[in-house]
Design a protein around this ligand. Structure first.
Ligand code: GLN
Length: 304
């Protein structure tokens, strides 16, 4: 396993076409695209890493998997009244579908869906408490209390977040927001601004590898059925309008973020985190996807 990650890191380091870093969030525009990290966490607790696996990055939309899990824990299937479970086939920040579907986002992994999830889990609480709950959960699943939020990234998103404000206002115009838009977006930007390295991120996915149990700590996080369902949503919706292509090339449940990270789950086998900040035209990590493609070719871990 160590040889495999070493080889992948070496090959990816040599790539010249590295994609384009997300520049619509000023703090992310400054990140060096020449970085690459990979970590594979096994249920035994072993972690195999290579490249810049200990460098912190902004997990961005990968956090949507964690906030959805928190929402399911708090309100169970009632969350599906607020958000759908279908692939969107549209960009992550698209507003088009919201109008057709009366302010109900297609799935929890596009921006509108994740904003609706935050609105649902706030339940009248202050943003600080909701955010603390999400962060606590992430620290718990990764078994790492050092995980923190990069306030600078959150403020950078807030300052330039016109598109997310529009999505939230559109949902509010359909009578679908229970809390003030400002408070909900405050939580949303901060959850997207959680910083993790590949090792931490790979560990955080272990509960989805073994039917809801993090075997490395022995803790049950969610039920087996819920883990299966979250994996299926990651497979269908985790890469926005690139989800079909990701399933075709990699064949694993995965969730990307515009920070360049991808969390992929090989059910029953491993949790994998890759990070390369350059994105493809859809907003998914260009070389992160390539690395996962290489890994699956070497290991046959595709679920298909
Ligand atoms: N925080 C980012 C945004 O709201 C998340 C997008 C992403 O990672 N795809 O635009």
């Amino acid at each position: 396993m160590q040889d495999i990650v070493n080889e992948i890191a070496e090959q990816i380091k040599a790539e010249t076409d590295r994609g384009k870093v997300a520049d619509y969030i000023p703090q992310l525009a400054a990140i060096d695209p020449n970085q690459f990290g990979i970590s594979i966490a096994l249920p035994t607790g072993e972690v195999f890493s290579a490249g810049d696996a200990k460098t912190l990055f902004s997990i961005q939309s990968i956090s949507k998997v964690f906030s959805l899990t928190v929402a399911l824990g708090k309100m169970g299937d009632a969350i599906w009244a607020n958000v759908g479970r279908e692939p969107s086939g549209d960009p992550f920040n698209s507003i088009i579908q919201l109008e057709h579907e009366h302010g109900i986002p297609r799935n929890p992994f596009i921006n509108a869906g994740a904003i609706a999830v935050v609105d649902a889990i706030m339940m009248g609480h202050e943003p600080k408490e909701t955010l603390a709950e999400i962060l606590r959960f992430v620290r718990f699943i990764a078994n790492d209390d050092t995980i923190a939020i990069d306030e600078k990234v959150a403020l950078s998103e807030l300052a330039t977040g016109h598109r997310n404000s529009s999505l939230a206002h559109f949902m509010a115009s359909c009578g679908r927001m229970k809390h003030s838009i400002e408070k909900v977006l405050g939580v949303y930007y901060h959850q997207c601004s959680i910083s993790m390295d590949c090792v931490q991120l790979a560990k955080s996915g272990l509960f989805l590898v073994s039917g809801g149990v993090n075997e490395s700590t022995g803790q049950r996080v969610i039920s087996e059925q819920r883990a299966r369902r979250i994996n299926s949503l990651m497979m269908m919706c985790g890469h926005y309008d690139g989800s079909g292509e990701f399933a075709y090339r990699v064949g694993l449940p995965g969730k990307s973020g515009v920070g360049g990270g991808i969390l992929a789950i090989a059910p029953g086998i491993a949790s994998i985190a890759v990070w390369s900040p350059g994105l493809d035209r859809i907003g998914n990590s260009k070389l992160g996807t390539k690395a996962l493609d290489m890994l699956v070719k070497r290991t046959s871990w595709s679920v298909f």
